[in-house]
Design a protein. Structure first.
Length: 122
């Protein structure tokens, strides 16, 4: 069995990127769910409603358990936003890894699990 060099390099690069993007933070797998809506909040964050949630760090406020948040200051914001648009438009499921919660208003009334990485799956 032989592997094309480009495929080996691509697989190695993807593995390295996934390690680099998640190694700085302890993350929890939020499960594999459909994207129901993507909202650009007036704070500039993207708030995503999923069809469910396995583990949202236990810090989300009631009513926000199936939401995830992409911080507008995250350098990967545009890439993650585009990934979510693709998943929603193509009917693919999204697996999200979250770490802690973002206090959207700063007063504790709306805490949403903070996304560290995403993947799209069938």
């Amino acid at each position: 069995m032989s592997f094309a060099p480009a495929k080996v390099i691509a697989a190695t690069t993807m593995f390295a990127v996934s390690i680099l993007t998640t190694s700085a933070h302890a993350v929890s797998n939020n499960g594999l769910y459909d994207v129901l809506s993507i909202n650009l909040h007036d704070t500039g964050h993207a708030i995503v409603n999923l069809s469910g949630a396995d583990n949202t760090e236990g810090c989300s406020t009631p009513g926000n358990r199936t939401q995830i948040l992409i911080d507008k200051a995250d350098p990967r914001f545009k890439t993650m936003y585009a990934t979510l648009l693709f998943a929603m438009g193509s009917g693919k499921k999204v697996a999200a890894w979250v770490s802690g919660c973002q206090d959207v208003w700063g007063d504790g009334s709306m805490k949403i699990a903070y996304v560290r990485s995403l993947s799209v799956e069938r």
